[in-house]
Design a protein around this ligand. Structure first.
Ligand SMILES: Cc1cc2nc3c(=O)[nH]c(=O)nc-3n(C[C@H](O)[C@H](O)[C@H](O)COP(=O)(O)OP(=O)(O)OC[C@H]3O[C@@H](n4cnc5c(N)ncnc54)[C@H](O)[C@@H]3O)c2cc1C
Length: 381
């Protein structure tokens, strides 16, 4: 089999790339290691920048986002229980939208199936051959059998642990990685939150957050020590008590669904292409979770990449493809730096809160330039 582009991975990045390529008349296929129900069940948040929302609508990638997504017009920052409101935008269509990954993936799958864009589930890419030849050969397994497929370019949208980044020779790639000293405990509870606006709480005992999701449930996040295991967690009542203390509000306690412990890392590579292999999304970068930039960055990569392939195949110029890494980095470095700053700012990293951290938090609330930078970061630089 031959396709112009083979996409490895049907996460948000791979699915949107397939949609964009198809819209531009470029042939592609997705190979995905997991089965479809697994992808549909992954329960992760999504806080989408306004330009990303516009693209999803214009490219017919999500039919339901405007109807089901929740426009965020204000963020409440609670400092040791005291509320400070930060308005994001005066009108809903000028701001970010909350629309969970589960919903995004479901909409993308629906749009891909409607147009019969090929996708093979439970197909695991094993290795790439002839990356420096005229065509790449991808070897993959399906039902215990080996298969291959040829293409002009392979795009690794296969996440942080995928094979694509690791297929770039060590001498050709630079990586920056930091494991952060804290983790998050997160869960979902049925019913809407105590406030319509997301609450980000900085408390002397640690970070907490409350946010509605697109299914009218509430997501809660609590900073915990890195290394905490499920068995080390306090009883549920105590978890709710800690949450309320940090948020400074009473919440409607209920059953905790999708409870997860999540470690934080900051990682990115300056090398997003090697010969006929491109990488996008979490394969190339992972940012700490506060700010919800993972999915936005993944989408920005594939929007640039689809444009680069369009110029290659339809305008016969490969300059966009050659500039892919440079363009991505131009877009991402500011986001990565601000995400790291924000995460540092809101988490308790030492026994005593350093004076600089306390000053920076105050400035975020009082200095108009800092406030605007925060707003632009959330809505999209
Ligand atoms: C618990 C958790 C919560 C999160 N919450 C948020 C949030 O609230 N907001 C936010 O913006 N981001 C969040 N993120 C980050 C966000 O999920 C990622 O940034 C996003 O999924 C990246 O999309 P992706 O398509 O690049 O990679 P992924 O979603 O990782 O998809 C990669 C795909 O590649 C497949 N794959 C891997 N190897 C192979 C192979 N060899 N062959 C074939 N297929 C393969 C995988 O099965 C997977 O489906 C969260 C992440 C986690 C872990």
């Amino acid at each position: 089999m031959y396709k112009q582009i083979v996409i490895i991975g049907a996460g948000p990045a791979g699915l949107l790339l397939a949609r964009l390529l198809h819209n531009r008349g470029i042939e592609c296929i997705i190979l995905e290691n997991r089965n479809e129900p697994f992808l549909r069940e992954l329960n992760r948040g999504g806080f989408l920048e306004k330009e990303i929302v516009r693209t999803l609508v214009e490219e017919k990638a999500s039919k339901k986002i405007l109807a089901k997504g929740i426009s965020i017009t204000q963020i409440d920052i609670h400092i040791n229980g005291e509320k400070h409101a930060i308005p994001l935008a005066s009108t809903p269509n000028k701001t970010a939208i909350i629309y969970d990954q589960k919903n995004i993936v479901a909409d993308l799958l629906e749009s891909i199936k409607a147009d019969e864009i090929p996708i093979i589930f439970e197909a695991k890419a094993q290795r790439y051959e002839s990356l420096d030849g005229d065509k790449v050969k991808i070897i993959y397994t399906l039902d215990g059998q080996l298969y291959d497929i040829n293409c002009d370019y392979v795009v690794g949208c296969d996440g942080y642990r995928g094979i694509s980044r690791r297929s770039i020779p060590r001498h050709a790639i630079t990586e920056k990685k930091e494991e952060l000293p804290y983790a998050w405990l997160e869960w979902i509870t049925e019913g809407t939150p105590s406030s319509a606006h997301p609450i980000m709480a900085f408390h002397k005992t640690g970070f907490a957050m409350q946010i509605i999701n697109a299914n009218q449930q509430t997501r809660y996040y609590l900073q915990i020590k890195r290394g905490t295991e499920k068995d080390d967690l306090p009883p549920q009542k105590e978890i709710w008590d800690i949450l309320e203390k940090r948020l400074g509000v009473q919440v409607a306690r209920g059953e905790m669904f999708h409870q997860k412990l999540d470690y934080m890392r900051s990682f990115h590579t300056d090398t997003m292409q090697y010969k006929r292999l491109m990488i996008a999304g979490d394969a190339a970068h992972q940012v700490p979770r506060l700010g919800s930039k993972g999915i936005n960055m993944a989408f920005k990569d594939v929007i640039l990449l689809a444009d680069a392939f369009y110029h290659l195949y339809k305008k016969e110029t490969n300059s966009h493809l050659e500039n892919y890494t440079k363009q991505c980095l131009e877009s991402h470095l500011k986001t990565i730096a601000y995400t790291n700053f924000l995460n540092q700012l809101f988490h308790k990293n030492e026994d005593e809160i350093p004076a600089k951290q306390a000053t920076d938090i105050q400035q975020l609330l009082t200095d108009e330039n800092k406030k605007q930078e925060f707003i632009q970061f959330l809505i999209g630089f």
